[in-house]
Write a protein that binds this ligand. Sequence first.
Ligand code: CA
Length: 673
Amino acid sequence: MKQLWMLMAWFAFSSAVDAQYKFDVYPTYKGDDLGLTYTSTSSVFRIWSPPASAMELKLYTTGTGGVAKETIQMQKRESGTWVAVVNRDLKGMFYTVRAKINDQWSNEVTDPYAKATGINGQRAQVIDLKETNPVGWENDHSPNFSDQNLPTDAIIYELHIRDATIDEESGAQHKGKFLGLAETGTKNKAGLSTGLDHIKELGVTHVHLLPFYDYNSVDETKTGQYNWGYDPVNYNVPEGSYSTDASDGGTRIRELKQMIQAFHQNGLRVVMDVVYNHTALTETSNFNQLVPGYYYRQKPDGSFSDATACGNETASERAMMRKFMLESVLYWVKEYHIDGFRFDLMGVHDIQTMNLISDTLHKIKPDILLYGEGWTAGASPYPEEKRAVKKNAHLLKGIAVFSDDIRDGIKGSVFDIKDRGFATGKTANTESVKFGIVASLPHLQIDMSKVNYSKEPYASSPANVITYAECHDNNILWDKIALSVPDASEEERKKMHELALTIVLTSQGIPFLHAGSEFLRSKFGEENSYNKGDSVNAIRWGLKTKNLALYQTVASLIKMRKEHGAFRLTSSRSVNNNIRFLDTQVEGVIAYKLDMSFFKETKKETWSNCLIIFNGTSQSQTIQIPGEWKLVNKGKALSDKMVVKQILVNPREAIILAEVPEQRQYYLGGSKE
Ligand code: CA
């Protein structure tokens, strides 16, 4: 038995080595012309497939159905590439490719570098990209979001395109489409702004849109289907179901550009959610049909490894996958003016690739915003020390990771519906929230042994961390509170919700909100709503009317964050120097002083210190405070009343106090207000 086991193990090992060796001998193509290079007089197609012995290009007049109008033998060229040149205008034609490998023809697939496709992304389309530019596109530019456009100046708003306007009360004409989010002047029944206008009014700086590359799970020939879209098919093509005509490759591109242009014109930047960690299809994906195995990691037995829990995981460390990812993000920035990327399951990708992407993108757009999930959904065969996981965050350059420590510290574990967090009464989470307040940086006053997940700090600067309480995954905050604190009244739950969002918007790092949370959006207890349709997912704009007070509080907190640089510290050192936690004597109550005196030098700061108190307990607490303070009313105006020595903090209440010295002291340049 033992010998047989050893023989099997040796066989598995040698075939894995074999596979790796085979990939290593594939030449790397260095050119930047993979895919289609189009002009009105010629189309040049270049596809990389080192193992192919022959390759064909098929031309069609339609995006689906029918027979090929022409089949062209591609010619073998340098570094494993195959080329076909057609010297006439192919604009509007569709195409596929197939490779002959080990004497077998692959399926016909799309060119992985395709920039346009027909319906459902089945065939690539020849288009003239210049014709997809909306009027004024040449003048489109990314708006400034602060004086210096630093990552910590960003306030991210995570949104699904369809969710934003599909509700009857959105007032949008193009409901659920790219164009719906490009509409201004839309209002709900009460006359309150919706969609783009609402986002602008709220004051966030970056709109992070769930996947809008071409994904698999929605049939573009039908209407009313729903999916988040974490199942990529054509990485460089916009999703057809968000356009008004999915059968025309140019329309989806033009309408996406119109949406981005509208955001930019309204002072908002656009972050694209990208999913390079796996492909929707595995054996039958275009990657795998053209170069079997190459773009994916394998288990020792040669089968697909699956750190994504989606059937495969890509191999970013292999030269041509790394090149693909890099060229893909570059394309989105250059062609679509994208302002940032959120990398799904970034912990699957290798650090070297992520830093190469960051360096390259920052060269062409210095204030681009990059962040990702520093974890995987399963085991990966690639060594963890080389992957972009959370604990390696300090090795990432110009890329932030999501802090699940503060996320679950605030509201309880996402893996246990009943678990509570600091804002919902679990006082043991106090230290986890404090660790989040300092953006996962080393701080002398944090007892790391009491932090929920991380046992040591992992960030190198506040810009290294996304501070949040919820996102599209798992229960939305309002539902999580209802499920984990079922006995609480609605009024109590509202206080918890407001406390949670106040923690996010006052903490260091890059704050991140899930759309609709500002007016108590619910997904009706649906824990994973990725395919649950509009009835669960749509943002109901009537909620804005119903919960207007919370919306106004969130907007005022955002305004306060933008007005005071100390909420947006930029270095580990400044976080250590400027944040002092007070000893509140009560577990479940956090109080800290935020020193703002440094910012008076900018002549924009009127406060010298800020005192922030969070009462996560169910009792009123009297907290001793040093000095004299003015109460900041929900992030809005300062009250005139002075607060000295002590303050009563109600259950689940967040209190912000400001120390405001004589104006003259700080306003040498003149008076303010
Ligand atoms: Ca699609």
